[in-house]
Design a protein around this ligand. Structure first.
Ligand SMILES: C[S@@+](CC[C@H](N)C(=O)[O-])C[C@H]1O[C@@H](n2cnc3c(N)ncnc32)[C@H](O)[C@@H]1O
Length: 188
């Protein structure tokens, strides 16, 4: 794969591919159709464990179907908000992914929202392992997306630099507001 990426999936694949998560615990905080969940399970393997959540039952059913069809059993899905899912996870989490926005091929009015996204990331920062990483993919265009992006950037830009590393990866010469990927790591 080229070192320079042209879409957000390549960035996410690169991070997951290089992350130290084999046999570890991960969380897909917006599981949708289960594509990110499957990528994580393919990487962590059968000795790892995946938690995933979504507020829509349709998303949970899609993800369940996809992961079962690939033979995985080492996961647990929650039909709950990513603000609540941390109540059920007791282990440190090595990687958390947020793919913000709406469920593809579904109601575009059901979207992630600024306040709950920030609250969830705050909770994620308390649950992430010392060498862990949080990936946030942010899109623009749908209702509330500009407000969510602004709140996210304000929050991330104010994270204490002695404690956290925050990277923003964007496609500088692409038209029509391409997605931005934010990466958060814990400084040792
Ligand atoms: C862009 S989709 C996720 C795509 C997914 N990761 C995939 O690989 O198919 C965003 C998802 O976030 C979900 N969502 C919205 N608000 C949420 C919340 N508070 N907690 C968890 N999921 C939420 C939506 O229902 C939608 O399925």
């Amino acid at each position: 794969m080229s070192l320079v990426k042209y879409n957000y999936r390549q960035i996410v694949d690169d991070i997951i591919g290089n992350a130290n998560i084999v046999g570890k615990v991960c969380l897909d905080a917006t599981c949708g159709r289960g594509n990110d969940s499957l990528k994580l399970l393919d990487k962590i393997g059968i000795k790892g464990f995946l938690y995933a959540c979504d507020i829509q039952e349709e998303a949970i059913n899609s993800t369940m179907e996809l992961l079962k069809s690939k033979g995985y059993e080492n996961f647990k899905l929650f039909n709950k908000s990513h603000t609540e899912v941390f109540d059920y996870i007791k282990e440190p989490i090595s990687l958390i992914i947020y793919n913000l926005g709406y469920l593809p091929k579904s109601d575009k009015k059901v979207v992630t929202e600024a306040d709950s996204t920030i609250l969830s990331i705050e909770r994620g920062l308390n649950s992430i392992s010392k060498d862990g990483i949080i990936i946030v993919v942010s899109y623009l265009g749908h209702e509330g997306s500009f407000e969510e992006r602004a709140a996210l950037e304000k929050f991330l830009s104010q994270l204490e630099q002695k404690e956290y590393m925050v990277e923003k990866r964007e496609f500088f010469n692409q038209q029509n507001n391409p997605p931005i990927v934010y990466l958060i790591g814990v400084r040792k």
